[in-house]
Design a protein around this ligand. Sequence first.
Ligand code: GDP
Length: 172
Amino acid sequence: MTDQPNLDYKIVLLGDSSVGKSSLVLRLCKGKFIENLEPTIGGSCVIQNIEIGEREVKLKIWDTAGQERFQSLTPLYYRGAKGALIVYDITNSGSYKRAKEWIRELIENGEQDAKIVLVGNKTDLETKVVEDITAQKFADKNGLEFFTTSAKTGEGVSQVFFALAQLLVGKN
Ligand code: GDP
């Protein structure tokens, strides 16, 4: 592994407030779930290493610290981000509509070649209103990968970050 180039990427999480962005990061990095997570707890940047075959990919994961609630995100947030998870809550149709706006915002403000994965979170809840097939069709049409997750149970979470890491190293 020593002669491999540095595989070090900034990625950002985007999506409406309360869709579960911080909870997804907490689940990935710490393997736990906290009901009513305080916005500041999950905020900021954490580093997670993911193995893709023989290579180790370092993801520098930026979370918004609740900033999206009050104002649009600063250019600094998007700057240098090679990948993004666009997250919505499957029980909140407004958050799904907004996910499309977050994608537009990323395209306008972010890096040209940023890789995007669409994530429908909270699959553990039974009050789903956004059908997977709807999001899947949108993702297919726009060349995005799509996953569903539960930060609460952990379902699908590592797969999402793994898929993004694979896209970043160009392995699919
Ligand atoms: P953020 O504002 O997008 O970072 O959202 P948070 O991670 O703070 O989560 C908002 C709320 O949704 C919190 O009360 C979380 O406990 C809850 N939450 C997050 N992910 C899930 C999930 O997968 N399932 C359920 N049932 N609740 C979740």
